[in-house]
Write a new protein. Structure first.
Length: 348
């Protein structure tokens, strides 16, 4: 055998399925699924999607195994399942968002955002959620003012200072509080503050109940973000003679600021839509009450709950508009927090 024969290129590359082939497989599977639904008792959009998805994955895997080989077929199957899982996770969120925008966008207006429900009858087209928007902002603000500093300090202690049994019990109770039902937090504040201390219903009581739910989320999220900061940064700071507290303030926290912001915003989003604690603490009010420390106060979750329970379409439309407003507030808070913590990029 000559050297030329030994060095001659030998093509071992197998044919592959391109994007066009996959589209043809999808179209054929779609037509077969339509025929199956036409001749069988199967019906419904959800059933069609499930049958089509299972059939397409099966056909694609079989074709890939026959053409590309077992290794590529298994890889393509895993990738298809991963993409399908992402679609299944995102699709309900998009469906809720689109449906809420479609229903709430018809009822939301300038008057809805600037009027209250004082003196509005059950069949009146007037009325808005201005008082509820103010109540939500104040109650979530109070909960954030209580939970964020305490949660960050607790996370810093657990990560930077905590050793031994006490740190273990701190983590344990934080994990237990993470799964605390929201109604239990409302009952606790209702029994302790509203009834026990005779403070009555108020926005402050609602903020206390929300802070109970918000605190463990802030602690756990902040703890995980602080753990991701490389120890080399701390050691370099210690090597320069900088004390630990200054290292935490000037090195650790700035390095973890993006993750800390994400954790805080998750906690805020977690409590912004809570309704059960507010029923026992804020109670609700049809007019504007800007002082959260005195008297019942409304909030957007309470507003949506009360309006959605009405038998009249005009009230249900106001409920959808309130739900859309609530989503918009959470989105605006998230975007604002991202902009505030965005790092300045050095010009190159």
């Amino acid at each position: 055998m000559s050297v030329a024969t030994l060095t001659a290129p030998v093509s071992l590359r197998r044919p592959t399925l391109g994007r066009g082939h996959l589209l043809l497989l999808a179209a054929a599977t779609f037509l077969v699924t339509l025929g199956l639904f036409a001749v069988t008792p199967l019906n419904g959009v959800a059933d069609f999607i499930v049958v089509f998805g299972v059939a397409y994955v099966s056909v694609q895997t079989a074709a890939s195994y026959a053409i590309e080989g077992g290794r590529v077929a298994r890889n393509r199957l895993a990738l298809t399942l991963l993409v399908g899982a992402v679609v299944l996770a995102v699709l309900p969120l998009l469906a809720v968002l689109v449906y809420t925008i479609g229903r709430g966008g018809k009822a939301i207006s300038g008057s809805f955002l600037s009027q209250t429900m004082r003196g509005v009858g059950p069949l009146d087209n007037s009325g808005g959620a201005y008082h509820s928007i103010i109540g939500t902002v104040e109650q979530v603000g109070l909960a954030s003012a209580i939970s964020i500093p305490i949660g960050l300090l607790a996370a810093i202690y657990v990560v930077e200072y905590g050793r031994g049994r006490f740190a273990f019990w701190v983590r344990f109770f934080v994990d237990v509080m993470t799964g605390l039902p929201s109604i239990v937090a409302g009952l606790f504040v209702y029994a302790f503050l509203v009834i026990g201390l005779h403070q009555g219903f108020s926005g402050f009581a609602a903020g206390m109940a929300l802070s109970v739910l918000m605190l463990p989320v802030v602690v756990r999220a902040s703890e995980e973000m602080l753990k991701l900061v490389p120890n080399e940064l701390r050691e370099a700071s210690y090597g320069l003679g900088i004390p630990r507290w200054r290292t935490i303030v000037s090195v650790v926290l700035p390095a973890a600021s993006s993750g800390l912001t994400t954790g805080v915003m998750l906690a805020i989003a977690r409590v912004t839509g809570e309704t059960a604690p507010l029923l026992l603490t804020a109670f609700g009010f049809d007019s504007l009450r800007s002082n959260p420390f005195h008297g019942p106060q409304s909030a957007l979750p309470l507003y949506v709950f009360q309006q959605a329970g009405s038998a009249f379409d005009v009230a249900v439309n106001r409920a959808w508009a309130g739900a859309l407003t609530l989503i918009a507030i959470v989105l605006l808070l998230t975007v604002a927090a991202r902009l505030l913590t965005r790092r300045n990029r050095l010009a190159t």
